[in-house]
Design a protein around this ligand. Structure first.
Ligand code: GLN
Ligand code: ZN
Length: 757
């Protein structure tokens, strides 16, 4: 008989009401002390552990908490501190925040997306460091849980291979040597944990879901052999997630005590059938989706568990979510406004853990023991499947009628750009911004009042207009060439469209951490998506009425809307993506109809949705390109289509960037310290492009010199005739004063560089 144990891989840090965010931001703005930051976050951390215990989870993770990001935590505890911060005290929380956010003297470390998620980690910089154990944080959190709550937690570590692979500042041929240099530190961390009483230790190696080279996989073998030898009393659980591990045969033979596999996103049965599962190891099976918010159909989950048992014949199976629950909101308990049919079909972190404990009970005691729960979850699923959300026939018809041929602009780029230039008459090196402008406390509080019904629609709209008007004036005074309306009416670029398109639903508290204290509230896609009326036209037309300079229409693209929403599991993703694209096409045409001549369709999530397994890339690229073109290609040749993307490895997706056929693309560049510029030279990019000339994630105001340097660096590679000057990304989270100062310097830089041409 197989023995089942319930477990969790990681719990959201932010709190049901984003208490974590409030604590951090209050500390940053100096309205609370360091002591208070520590006590508030400790309270939350302990409450999160207690909650998991109350739900009945047997293995509760510790060291999943972080003050910003767990990769940064790992770096700092190993003394991996960028050179420009090395004169600071490595144990001080302010040093930690300085690396994450930048300070007056130094730019922040690069931030990039964690595998195929919208969670951003801080990229460790390995140049100029000799790793050493500065602090065993896992031990600190393990002891805390034990002493304060009597919980013997399961420490979670970012594994050495994943850590180094995600870091930068070394050449590929140094990989082995660098990973090796961390092994003594890892073994010390593990041995100290064992000494303190830890039993199982979870080592996360999601990198195993990506395409590793032969050398890399033998490195993995070597690393774990060494770690195991040096930590004979530890029980190591090697945890993978998000994708099928690429070298299953080798991974299951690694000298560890347990292997964690994601059965939701991985395709393991063919591998188990062929290769088997080692009988001397514990299997930790991810059976509830840790990446979405939908209630599991527990009958199916139960069948999956029985199938896993039969296939692996494992003696002990740990049942757990497919990944850390960092990627889902905390609890659905406070949701009051959402349609009850949808609410009943939801499952956030707490509900997912309850699903895990239910399934564990059923697996141990037999199906009868959880009969009521099985029936209830089936009923919830059926109710949603049969609801009107799923029966929009006109959408199905429109999709069916869509030609399968390539979707193209009426004229090729070289011809249409000339027409656009004639119409627009922009100077060399035109200046613009990415869309959003600072959302002050007043903007946010006014929106809250409006949502609560404390002010009327008219009052709210009038307020938005005042804000827009103020900023059109500011942009004109700064002498920016292509203006934006500022997106003051939007909280979040996807949620905004989610509230207006059919087929979507929004939550009140469904927040998920995106980067640092910043959280997003992804909308839900519950059924067929369609457009019913203009969503953005009024605001753009108003902004345009205030100025003679062009104001960009501003939309979020289909790939991003899809990737940043929680799409119901029963809906085929690529179909939903085309439905969104068709809806956006109507919006694009409505803007054009209202004489908007530049329309930006943002696709910041294009890279992030890329599957971890390269074999799946072509299908993803094709679908993404097609969707973007459906939404944007039917405009007149004179209408200029812009797109925007942020923080990513662009060399990988260059092909698709090119295929989108947007007239102008703006890309985050400064935060990654200019590393992507070469991509565009190597590939001979021929369209117009704005490589961000300053980082917007920090309150620091960049100097004219610094911005000029960034511009000149790009112009060594890219023709000035193709080049636009813009910040890295939207300015929503910045303060007004610092934004104006930064933009003033940006415009000044542009003018000075123009003189040289
Ligand atoms: N237009 C959006 C903005 O400026 C783009 C944001 C993004 O790239 N994430 O806010
Ligand atoms: Zn961006």
């Amino acid at each position: 008989m197989t023995n089942y144990i319930s477990s969790n891989l990681g719990y959201p840090r932010i709190g049901a009401y984003r208490e974590w965010k409030s604590a951090l931001e209050s500390y940053w703005s100096k309205s609370i002390t360091e002591e208070s930051l520590f006590s508030q976050t400790k309270k939350l951390r302990l409450a999160n552990l207690q909650k998991q215990k109350d739900i009945g989870v047997e293995w509760i993770p510790v060291n999943d908490f972080s003050f910003y990001d767990h990769v940064l935590d790992t770096a700092i505890s190993f003394g991996v501190i960028p050179k420009r911060f090395q004169q600071l005290d490595p144990t001080a929380i302010d040093t930690y925040f300085a690396i994450a956010r930048g300070n007056k003297e130094a730019v922040a470390a690069e931030m990039t997306k964690w595998f195929n998620t919208n969670y951003h980690y801080i990229v460790p910089e390995l140049n100029d460091v000799t790793p050493s154990l500065v602090e065993n944080r896992a031990l600190r959190y393990f002891n805390e849980a034990k002493e304060e709550l009597g919980i013997k937690g399961k420490p979670v570590l970012v594994g050495p291979v994943t850590f180094v692979k995600l870091a930068k500042g070394y050449d590929d041929n140094q990989l082995n040597e660098i990973v090796q240099s961390f092994i003594p530190l890892y073994t010390q961390v593990i041995n100290e944990l064992v000494e303190a009483g830890a039993e199982w230790i979870q080592i996360d190696e999601p990198i195993l879901g990506t395409n590793l080279t032969v050398n890399e996989i033998s490195l993995v073998e070597e690393v774990y052999t060494q770690i195991k030898q040096a930590t004979p009393n530890a029980k190591l659980l090697l945890q993978t997630y998000f994708e099928t591990v690429q070298h299953y045969d080798k991974v299951i033979k690694l000298p560890v005590d347990g292997i964690g596999l994601d059965f939701i996103h991985g395709d393991y049965f063919p591998l188990i059938e062929k290769i088997g599962f080692p009988q001397d190891k514990v299997l930790a099976a991810g059976v509830v989706n840790g990446r979405n918010v939908w209630r599991a159909d527990l009958t199916k989950t139960f069948d999956l568990v029985r199938k896993i048992e039969e296939a692996t014949k494992a003696e002990t199976i740990i049942l757990q979510p497919s990944s850390s629950l960092l990627h889902v909101p905390v609890t659905k308990e406070s949701e009051q406004k959402i349609d009850p049919i949808i609410l009943d079909g939801l499952s956030f972190a707490d509900q997912k853990l309850a699903e895990i404990t239910t399934i564990t009970k059923g697996a141990n005691e037999g199906e009868e023991a959880i009969k009521a729960e099985l029936q209830e979850s089936k009923k919830a699923h059926e109710a949603l499947s049969n609801s009107p959300y799923r029966q929009n026939e006109s959408v199905a018809e429109e999709l069916a009628n869509l030609s399968k041929d390539e979707v193209k602009r009426a004229l090729p780029f070289a011809e249409r750009i000339q027409l656009q230039q004639e119409d627009l008459q922009l100077p060399l090196l035109p200046t613009t911004t990415i869309g959003s402008l600072p959302q002050t406390a007043e903007v946010k509080s006014t929106r809250t009042k409006w949502r609560k019904g404390e002010i009327t629609n008219e009052q709210y709209e009038a307020f938005i207009q005042t804000e827009t008007k103020k900023w059109i004036q500011i942009q004109e005074d700064l002498d920016i060439d292509v203006l934006v309306h500022g997106e003051f009416e939007r909280t979040d670029m996807v949620e905004f469209f989610g509230e207006k398109l059919n087929g979507f639903a929004v939550t009140e508290f469904g927040w998920v951490q995106s980067y640092g204290s910043r959280c997003v509230k992804p909308p839900l896609i519950v059924g067929d998506v369609s457009w019913s009326e203009p969503m953005t036209v009024k605001e753009i037309v108003y902004a345009q009425s205030l100025t003679d300079r062009p104001v960009k229409g501003m939309l979020t693209g289909p790939v991003t809307i899809l990737n940043w929403s929680f799409v119901h599991e029963e809906l085929p993703r690529f179909t939903v993506q085309e439905q969104i694209a068709l809806a956006l096409e109507k919006e694009v045409l409505a803007l054009e109809e209202s004489n908007v001549t530049i329309i930006q369709v943002d696709e910041p999530a294009l890279r992030e949705g890329l599957p971890l397994d390269q074999l799946k890339w072509p299908a993803y690229f094709d679908a993404a390109t097609r969707a973007f073109r459906i939404s944007s290609a039917s405009v007149k040749p004179t209408t200029q289509i812009h797109t925007h993307m942020c923080y990513s490895e662009f060399s990988e997706i260059f092909e698709v960037i090119d295929a989108l056929d947007a007239d102008v693309i703006s890309i985050e560049t400064s935060r990654s310290h200019g590393e992507l510029i070469d991509t565009f030279e190597i590939n001979h990019y021929d369209k117009e492009i704005g490589l961000g000339v300053y980082d917007i994630h920090s309150p620091r105001v960049p100097s004219v010199e610094e911005i000029k340097e960034n511009i000149t660096r790009a112009l060594r590679t890219i023709d000035a005739k193709q080049f636009w000057i813009n910040p890295d990304c939207g300015l929503k989270t910045r303060g007004e004063e610092e934004t104006i100062a930064a933009l003033r310097n940006m415009i000044q830089s542009a003018k000075e560089v123009r003189e040289e041409y």
